[in-house]
Design a protein around this ligand. Sequence first.
Ligand SMILES: O=C(O)CCC(=O)C(=O)O
Ligand SMILES: [Fe+2]
Length: 183
Amino acid sequence: MAFGLPAGQLSQAPNIHSWWDAAKIQEIESFKAQCNDLTLRILPCLAVHMGLPESFFAASHNQALPGNALKFMKYPKMPSKPGPDGLAARLAPHTDWGTLTLLFTEAPGLEVRDPANSWHDVPVIPGGIVVNIGDALSFWTGRKLKSTMHRIAWEKVPFDQDRYSIPYFAQPSFGGWFYTDMV
Ligand SMILES: O=C(O)CCC(=O)C(=O)O
Ligand SMILES: [Fe+2]
């Protein structure tokens, strides 16, 4: 289930189930706001490190516009262990399309691909957050920052267990500008 509406508007979403009561929706709003604040603290660090004005990336992000999304994911357990011809991944290799993704999970299974095409496990650090660079930030920086190719391999998660994760996708604002020539 994804919550992508602008800050403060989740309760108006037509697809919110009746069992999401006001307190639960408020909890999600407030968690989304904390995720947004964190991305707005990370983006200036990247900008300053690259010799750019502090607000260079962050200024094109706006919580009041649609796009930034918090997603609750459940990867259901499988009825039997896939054979050699079975599924290769629970989530196919991909890059995220926004600027930054914050990933919250306590389950193993996430792998990232290095430039030599080898896959590496991402360790689960209790209370830790995985931060991935997305395609928009990669494009914006002329690929100085690279979007992370990642997947969820089924071998790393017991096939008879559900897997849960919560990614937060930060997106540049609709109508925001990418000044790629400064980077
Ligand atoms: O479930 C995960 O750990 C990763 C999810 C992901 O990569 C995505 O939804 O884009
Ligand atoms: Fe992803």
